[in-house]
Design a protein around this ligand. Structure first.
Ligand code: NAI
Ligand code: MG
Length: 506
C-alpha cells in the first residue's frame, strides 16, 4: 500500500516577502490522502437466502417469493430475503398473539433477563453486525461501528433495566402491556430502529411483528438469529421482510393493538388514515427539516464540525439532519469559508474503509431523489457548491453539497431531501431566526450554537421542535426521548416516554 501524505500548498492570494501572491490553500484531494484501511469481511456470515422469522423459526414465505438486497456501494447482490404476503403477515400476527399471554405473565425480572441477553449478544457480534450494516445500506463503517451498533445494544440494555421496575417508573398507575405491536422501520438506521422499536415493547411485556425496510433487511435477519440463540420464547419477536404492501398488510391486520412507524410523512399519513376508526394505538416518527442556528458569538470551529456532522452524517439520510443552516450575518463569510474547507477534507467512497466519512447513497431511487432536488435548487436560483472529490465508478454516490443564498420559499429549504445537501440562509436578529426556523411543516429537531446560556434558553423555548441540541448535534442516548411535532409525527421513543408508548396506564 502506498502512503501519500504530503500537503500540496498552492497560491491563495497571500503576499510573499517578494510581493508576489502565494497559494496557501490545502488541496486535500491531490496531496493529502490516506492509505486504504478496509475492514475485512471474512468474519461475516450472510446466508444466500433468508426466510421469515415467525414463531421462533425461519420459515418459507407462503407464495415462495423472494427479492434481492444489494450493496449500494458496488451494486452487487448480497443476499435474498422473503417477500411476505398478507398470509405471512397473518401467520406472524397469530404467532405474536399466541406468545402474548405467556410472555406478559412471565415474572418481569425473567423478561428483563432475556432482553439483557439480547443486548449482550449484540455486543459480542458487534463487528459482524457493523460490517453487514455498512454493506447492506452503504453507511461508513466508522459510523456503523461507533454509533449504530453500540446504540442499538444500549437500547436493549436500557429497557432491560426497566422490565421489572414498571410500577416504579409509573407510580400509582397499573402499567399493563398493550398486546401485539406491528412495527415498521426505515432503511437509514436499520438495526438501531429495530432496537428502538423492539426493546421497549418486549421489556413492557408486549409481543411484536417487525417489518424491516426493503433495501436493508440483513441486520434484522441477524437480529432474528440472535433472538433465536438467546432462547427468547417463540413468537415474542417475529421479523418479516417485504415492501410497502407488506407494511400495509401489517397496519391493516385486525389483531394488531399498536402500530409504531418510522419513515416518510407520506406513508405516515396513509397509516393514520388506515387506522382511523379502529382502537389501534399509533406512534409516528416521520420526516424533518431541522434548523441548525449559528449565532455570531458561537465557537465557530466547533460550530463548523457541528454543521458537518448535522448534515453529512450517514449521507444526510437522517430524519433529524440539520439540513437548514442559519448563520448570523456578521460571521457568515467566515463560517462559509471554514465550512467549504472542511467539506473538501471529507472522504467519500468505500463504506468499508475505516477512513471513509461519507459512504454510498442507500439506493438508486434515493440518489435520483437527491439529484432531482439538486436540480430544483439550481433552477430556483440558489448558489450551488459541491466538494471536489473522486467518486467510485460503480455504486450510488453524492459528494457533500451546499446551496447558498437560499430563501424561505425555496423547495430545497422546505422539503426533506434526505441526502448530503445543505440549504444555507443568513439572519440578523434572534427574533428573525426563530421565525425562519419555525417556518416549516416539520418539527423534529434543531441545533443552536452560541456562547451564551441565556440565548440557548430563550431560543430553545421558542423553537417548535421535539429535540434541540445546544453546541452539539446528532447526539443520541437511550434515556433521552426522541420524536416530533407537526408533520414530523407524534409519540416519543427512548426514555420513559418510549416505554409508556407500549403500556396501558390503568
Ligand atoms: P417509506 O416511508 O416509503 O419507507 C419506510 C418504511 O415504510 C419501509 O419499511 C417501507 O416498506 C414501509 N412502507 C411503505 N409504504 C407503506 C405503507 N403504505 N404502509 C406501511 N408501510 C409502508 O420511505 P422511502 O420511500 O424509503 O423514502 C422516501 C422518503 O421518505 C425519503 O426520501 C425521506 O425523505 C423519507 N424518509 C424518512 C425517514 C425518517 O427516518 N423519518 C426514513 C426513511 C425515509
Ligand atoms: Mg441493501
Amino acid at each position: 500500500m502506498k502512503t501519500k501524505r504530503k500537503a500540496a500548498v498552492k497560491a491563495n492570494k497571500t503576499n510573499s516577502s517578494n510581493g508576489s501572491m502565494v497559494d496557501i490553500s490545502l488541496k486535500f484531494d491531490e496531496g493529502w490522502s490516506y492509505s486504504p484501511a478496509p475492514e475485512s469481511t471474512d468474519h461475516v456470515s450472510i446466508k444466500e437466502r433468508y426466510g421469515l422469522f415467525i414463531g421462533g423459526k425461519f420459515v418459507k414465505p407462503a407464495l415462495g417469493k423472494y427479492f434481492a438486497t444489494i450493496n449500494p456501494a458496488t451494486e452487487k447482490k448480497i443476499s435474498e430475503v422473503a417477500n411476505a404476503s398478507s398470509a405471512d403477515v397473518d401467520k406472524a400476527v397469530k404467532a405474536a398473539r399466541k406468545a402474548f399471554g405467556p410472555w406478559s405473565s412471565l415474572p418481569a425480572r425473567e423478561r428483563g433477563k432475556y432482553v439483557y441477553r439480547i443486548s449482550r449478544m449484540m455486543q459480542e457480534k458487534a463487528r459482524e453486525l457493523a460490517v453487514i450494516e455498512s454493506m447492506d445500506g452503504g453507511k461508513a463503517i466508522r459510523e456503523a461501528r461507533d454509533i449504530d451498533i453500540p446504540l442499538a445494544a444500549a437500547h436493549f440494555f436500557y429497557y432491560a433495566g426497566w422490565a421489572d421496575k414498571l410500577d416504579y417508573a409509573f407510580p400509582n398507575k397499573k402499567p399493563t402491556p398493550l398486546g401485539v405491536a406491528g412495527q415498521i422501520i426505515p432503511w437509514n438506521f436499520p438495526l438501531l430502529m429495530a432496537a428502538w422499536k423492539i426493546a421497549p415493547a418486549i421489556a413492557a411485556g408486549n409481543t411484536v411483528v417487525l417489518k424491516s425496510a426493503e433495501t436493508t433487511p440483513l441486520t434484522s435477519m441477524k437480529l432474528a438469529e440472535i433472538i433465536q440463540e438467546a432462547g427468547l420464547p417463540d413468537g415474542v419477536v417475529n421479523i418479516i421482510t417485504g415492501a410497502g404492501d407488506t407494511g400495509a398488510a401489517l397496519v391493516n391486520h385486525p389483531d394488531i393493538d399498536k402500530i409504531a412507524f418510522t419513515g416518510s410523512t407520506g406513508v405516515g399519513k396513509i397509516i393514520q388514515n388506515a387506522i382511523a376508526g379502529t382502537d389501534k394505538k399509533v406512534t409516528l416518527e416521520l420526516g424533518g427539516k431541522a434548523a441548525n442556528i449559528i449565532l455570531d458569538d458561537a465557537p465557530l470551529d466547533q460550530a463548523v464540525e457541528g454543521i458537518i456532522n448535522g448534515i453529512y452524517f450517514n449521507q444526510g439520510h437522517v430524519c433529524c439532519a440539520g439540513s437548514r443552516l442559519f448563520v448570523q450575518e456578521d460571521v457568515a463569510d467566515t463560517v462559509i469559508r471554514k465550512l467549504k474547507d472542511r467539506m473538501q477534507t471529507l472522504i467519500v467512497g468505500d463504506p468499508l474503509d475505516k477512513n471513509t466519512d461519507i459512504g454510498a447513497i442507500n439506493s438508486k431511487e434515493q440518489l435520483a431523489t437527491i439529484n432531482r432536488y439538486i436540480k430544483i435548487g439550481k433552477n430556483e436560483g440558489a448558489d450551488f457548491y459541491q466538494s471536489k472529490c473522486k467518486i467510485p465508478n460503480k455504486g450510488y454516490w453524492c459528494p457533500p453539497t451546499l446551496f447558498l443564498n437560499v430563501s424561505q420559499s425555496h423547495r430545497i429549504a422546505q422539503e426533506e431531501i434526505f441526502g448530503p445537501v445543505l440549504a444555507v440562509q443568513t439572519f440578523r436578529t434572534v427574533d428573525e431566526v426563530i421565525e425562519k426556523a419555525n417556518n416549516t411543516p416539520y418539527g423534529l429537531s434543531a441545533g443552536i450554537w452560541t456562547d451564551k446560556g441565556s440565548k440557548i434558553f430563550n431560543i430553545t423555548a421558542k423553537l417548535n421542535a421535539g429535540v434541540i441540541w445546544a453546541n452539539t448535534y446528532n447526539k443520541f442516548d437511550p434515556t433521552s426521548p426522541f420524536g416530533g411535532y407537526k408533520e414530523s409525527g407524534f409519540g416519543r421513543e427512548g426514555g420513559l416516554p418510549g416505554l409508556q408508548a407500549y403500556l396501558n396506564l390503568g
